[in-house]
Design a protein around this ligand. Structure first.
Ligand code: KIV
Length: 255
């Protein structure tokens, strides 16, 4: 299936089927998630924290994203692979388009960028070139330093109206879906109702959006040093890895 067909398939799920989305950062995980039947795999700039060991996503570069996007894409046949545009890779419409094209050349089907009204010219430049765009509203991790932390959004009517305005603009510019991050549950439900394309929640409470996205290392328990309070941990990869390494070392010492 062509990238635009895959993106249209996700868009058409609004109101009929919940959209399942996970992040993935390497070939093996991409292949496993695809075999499991996930709808969308985001090579998120969260890789800066959970794979590369940076304190936040503001250290992630295009080179990091190209390297990991290519690895994931090599393992995926069916899911829509989205490459995240890192901070400062879309400061102008020309940069946004050039870097989106580089992610596509690396294997992405679509790209994601953060923000609403301020990004519309950039979103249009990318979509006009035939590349599907995944929006991102609510709490925007690339602004963590300028906002002084990760702040919950949608706490006031004014804030909800501003998010809706941004989402409508992204929808009109042609985005196939929008991530909604860290928004008060009731506000997330209101925003989801107001928008015609799938709203994909994270940290917005269960069932308030058209689908959910989760960071794979949270889901499988691979990054135990920080687990967001909203995450459901379904495996203990960190514990299993440590136990397997200890068993290997113990066996070696018995020689
Ligand atoms: O970078 C990322 O993984 C993301 C998700 C948390 C939506 O943006």
């Amino acid at each position: 299936m062509k990238p635009n067909e895959k993106a249209s398939r996700i868009k058409s799920m609004k109101g009929s089927k919940p959209v399942s989305c996970l992040t993935g950062y390497d070939f093996a995980t991409g292949k496993l998630l695809d075999e499991a039947g996930v709808d969308l795999i985001l090579v998120g700039d969260s890789l800066g924290m959970v794979v590369l060991g940076f304190p936040d996503t503001t250290h992630v570069t295009m080179e990091h994203m190209l390297h990991h996007t290519a690895a994931v894409a090599r393992g995926v046949k069916n899911a829509l692979v989205v490459g995240d545009l890192p901070i400062h890779s879309y400061d102008t419409p020309a940069d946004a388009l050039a870097n989106a094209q580089r992610l596509v050349e690396a294997g992405a089907d679509a790209v994601k960028l953060e923000g609403g009204l301020m990004q519309i010219e950039k979103v249009k430049a990318i979509i006009d070139a035939g590349i599907p765009v995944f929006g991102h509203m609510g709490m925007l991790p690339q602004r963590v330093l300028t906002e002084g932390g990760y702040k919950k959004k949608g706490k006031s009517e004014g804030e909800v109206d501003a998010i809706i305005e941004g989402c409508v603009a992204l929808q009109e510019a042609g985005c196939f879906a929008i991530v909604l991050e860290s928004v008060v549950g009731a506000s997330a439900a209101k925003i989801t109702d107001a928008i015609d394309i799938p709203m994909i929640g994270i940290g917005c409470g269960e069932g308030n959006c058209d689908g959910e996205i989760a960071v794979i290392t949270d889901v499988v328990g691979a990054y135990p040093w920080f687990v967001p309070p909203f995450a459901t941990v379904r495996a203990d990869v960190a514990g299993d890895t440590k136990r397997a390494a200890e068993a290997y070392i113990a066996n070696m010492k018995m020689r």
